[in-house]
Design a protein. Sequence first.
Lengths: 190, 190
Amino acid sequence: MGSSERKIREREERERRIVVAARTIAERDGWPAVTIRRLADEIEYSQPVLYSHFGNRDEIVGAVALEGFGELATILRAAIRPSSTPKESVEGVATAYLDFAFARPAMYEAMFILPTGLRFARSDTPAPLRAGFGAMATVIAPFSQDVDTATETFWAALHGLAELERHGRIRPAFRSHRITLLMQMVSGQL
Amino acid sequence: MGSSERKIREREERERRIVVAARTIAERDGWPAVTIRRLADEIEYSQPVLYSHFGNRDEIVGAVALEGFGELATILRAAIRPSSTPKESVEGVATAYLDFAFARPAMYEAMFILPTGLRFARSDTPAPLRAGFGAMATVIAPFSQDVDTATETFWAALHGLAELERHGRIRPAFRSHRITLLMQMVSGQL
DNA sequence: TTGACAAACTAGCGATGCTAGAATATATTA
DNA sequence: TAATATATTCTAGCATCGCTAGTTTGTCAA
């Protein structure tokens, strides 16, 4: 009886629609606008249905964040051109990272600011969560002995640049200057 | 008639009590536990009284954050020992910054994560908001031409290190390694 | 056709931030 | 001093939130 397979498929599609709706609303009106009631409206089911897919609201944010990690990893990998020098590769990744953060602020928020219940640095950590780190490690490796620690530091610098600029703490006009500075730092001693 | 002065003074004291209560609750139970009702209980007034002091909840968080910026500035300045070398000074400030972030996570959240309505990089920006930046600029200056941009980048790196570690994204055990790396970067090329 | 099970809904609980309007205390004026 | 005006504070409640218990509806198998 294939009807049960259809049911499973429909269930998965409904879950997708929840995540897509959450993302869409967040990008248009911000995360506070992503309420269970509004999502229920959007998918044309009652609110309790959402809780048959996700344990709570945070998990919905987490599902969107997980998508974001996948996309960020793809973008960072694409920023590594084979023809580039090691230094150009680092700069390309740095620029791509910040572009991502500023182009998708709601997504970036889900990934790094909001509670999501996602588990990092564990055995059950989903692959997309590791992939972005991997892309950064690839370009940092030529400049470092301890790649993991150097990548962590590089990543932290990028995250800090993204966050402080997003919150209006540092001057947007000097973004490229700061990237240049970061590049000098990496290629010099990292 | 001096009674009006007394009234003003009592009002200011009540406002202080609100801010102190907010900070105390946040540090003990987290910011979500800082509700208007609980603050009203704490100061033994009804809820609307709070709105005669602050426009909304965010402004209360902002008042706590402002205190934090003052304290951070003091701590960073104290980390600059006259007998230190320029490099040691940078390391001292970096360590002091991260110690602050991890010792007072709720305060750090108020300062850098939560909405507060505080205005940065403006003509009416309160002095404490500039003071911390000033302390960082002082130790960065010997290593840089463009002090402001270099300080922004340094600050961003520290903020990123604090946030990623606070969220369990990078390995706590390697904190000092990352600071060492950051130091090499600063003293080398910044 | 009936009974068992799964799926979805209605309705509502306990909170939240915030506010209108009533009540009370304080100051000012006749 | 008594009456009035003005602050000050409170009570009560609105709209909304995340979440859930209990009921209804739908879907299969016997």
